[in-house]
Design a binder for this molecule. Structure first.
Ligand code: UDP
Ligand code: UDP
Length: 474
């Protein structure tokens, strides 16, 4: 009899920045282990957005991909249409998400057993620590898939192991320097925002803070050792890997994961007509275009957007700027607000694009980014230097890696009101694109890191070896 097939159940929170790296990992597992099965699961709401219903749709997506080895089955977060439709606060939503999600996910695991597809390993992303409990109750091993840098994981790890007091005492003092074991000293202003802005129960994102605390506690409960897969590579984060310490967890850098081959990348956003912006890019000289996106969550107020577009225009370079449909809708409440695309002389505005394709286009020479971890990795892989405009969550730590550790970008300064002004946009773009020695050095470093990361991801590279070991059931 042939041995039972390995079956990975990959579970993710319903945000674009979580779904994309989770599905990319799922596909990497299938490629690494030709016999393995993968079930990919996010909430029903996000699932419906990934697979807009066709008339005969029964809800589940029966995939023909990979000979039926990849299946998409959603779980319920207990709401009709996601957190915006929850009657309570975001924190109330997260509490009911935990209860409903754990119940529904447990039922999904049991249903898979009943169908003769028992799960060998649950792989869950960072907002879902209860998934490890659901797995443990059923005797199934689990692994956390950390979709931010090891540096951020190390900060959280140390914070919840004896360093909360010093941060709490200084959390309103942005320039206070925090020293955590093995990590470069950093100011309070550059710590993950949830450790400084969300620690009181009345804070808007308090439940994110408590979820991360639960996650660290959950990992400590695993025995003998918890496995933490990280979407990064060893070469990018030598210092932070040492700072977590192999004695605490089995931390396996397996990234950066990218969309594979011809498979569409996962998206819960509708795309703009892609022929249009790709054709527009095709007509531009190499390394001449500025690409601008602040990810899938951040929205810009009118003043911010006006300043940004003015700075881009004044830079005199061609640019492609993402302003999501929901951002436009938010602006529409403002009587004067309208992105008047006809008035733009040098650039175009799109509502959503295939960012990995755009970044890898030869015409793109600079990425103005909010430093979400996926965006940072996608830029490093493409060898595109960055202008960093971090705001919250892990973004400020990520920007430090880009600017200080790898030296592949510059950090933009905002004014006292938090607005990135047009002259600063122009200055920063020049600092990576102009014909200046410093800018040439940033571009040289970006090209060098691209080689390093490409090697880590390639056959026999450090991330590839870690992934193969995990995919083999190690
Ligand atoms: N993205 C995209 N098209 C866009 C804007 C963003 O495909 O027009 C993708 C981007 O490639 C990345 C993800 O959305 O994979 C954003 O994740 P990130 O971690 O950078 O930021 P978040 O959205 O979580 O703040
Ligand atoms: N958030 C949101 N809607 C949700 C849950 C979270 O907009 O239903 C956002 C919140 O604004 C914050 C982010 O999620 O920016 C925190 O998520 P995470 O810690 O995973 O960081 P990310 O890498 O996605 O920025």
């Amino acid at each position: 009899m042939s041995p039972p097939r390995l079956h990975f159940l990959v579970l993710t929170y319903p945000l674009q920045g979580h779904i994309a790296p989770a599905l990319r990992l799922a596909r990497r597992l299938l490629a690494a282990s030709p016999d393995a099965l993968v079930t990919f699961s996010t909430t029903e709401v996000a699932h419906r957005r990934m697979f807009p219903a066709k008339p005969d749709d029964d809800g589940a997506k029966d995939s023909d991909e990979d000979d039926g080895r990849l299946e998409f089955l959603p779980f319920s977060d207990g709401t009709e249409a996601g957190w915006s439709t929850h009657p309570g606060s975001f924190n109330a939503y997260m509490a009911s998400f935990h209860a409903a999600g754990a119940r529904s996910f447990g039922q999904l695991v049991d249903a898979l057993v009943a169908r003769g597809r028992p799960v060998s390993r649950v792989v869950y992303t960072l907002m879902l620590p209860w998934a490890a409990d659901v797995a443990r109750e059923r005797g199934i091993a689990s692994a956390l898939y950390w979709i931010q840098p090891v540096a951020v994981f190390a900060i959280y790890h140390h914070y919840f192991h004896g360093h909360a007091g010093v941060v709490a005492a200084h959390r309103h003092d942005p320039s206070f320097v925090v020293e955590l074991p093995g990590l470069a000293p950093q100011t309070v202003a550059d710590l993950p925002s949830f450790l400084t802005d969300s620690t009181d129960p009345s804070d808007f994102f308090h439940s994110i803070f408590t979820t991360i605390r639960d996650l660290i506690e959950t990992l400590d409960k695993e025995s003998p050792k918890s496995t933490v897969l990280v979407n990064t590579c060893q070469e990018l984060e030598v210092g932070a890997l040492a700072a977590v310490g192999a004695q605490a967890h089995d931390v396996l850098p397996i990234g950066p994961v990218l969309p594979s081959g011809d498979d569409d990348d996962a998206s819960i956003f509708e795309q703009d007509d892609d022929a249009k912006y790709m054709e527009w890019l095709d007509a531009k000289p190499a390394n001449s275009v500025v690409y601008v996106s602040f990810g899938s969550l951040t929205t810009m107020a009118r003043e911010h957007l006006d300043e940004l577009l003015r700075g881009l225009e004044e830079s005199g370079r061609p640019y492609i700027c993402v302003v999501r449909k929901d951002n436009k809708a938010a602006l529409a409440d403002d009587a004067e607000a309208k992105v008047d695309e006809d008035e733009l002389e040098n650039g175009i505005v799109v509502e959503w694009c295939d960012q990995v394709r755009v970044l890898s286009h030869a015409a793109v020479g600079c990425f103005v980014t909010h430093c979400g971890w996926n965006s940072v990795l996608e830029s490093v892989v493409a060898g595109v230097p960055m202008v960093c405009v971090p705001r919250m969550s892990d973004q400020r730590t990520n920007a430090q890696l880009v600017v200080r550790e790898w030296r592949v970008g510059v950090r933009a300064q905002v004014d006292d009101g938090g607005v990135l002004r047009a002259p600063e946009v122009r200055r920063c773009i020049d600092e990576v694109m102009a014909n200046l020695e410093a800018a040439a050095e940033v571009r040289r470093m970006a090209a060098e890191w691209k080689q390093v990361v490409t090697k880590a991801m390639g056959k026999g590279g450090s991330s590839d070896r870690n992934l193969m070991a995990f995919a083999d059931g190690a």
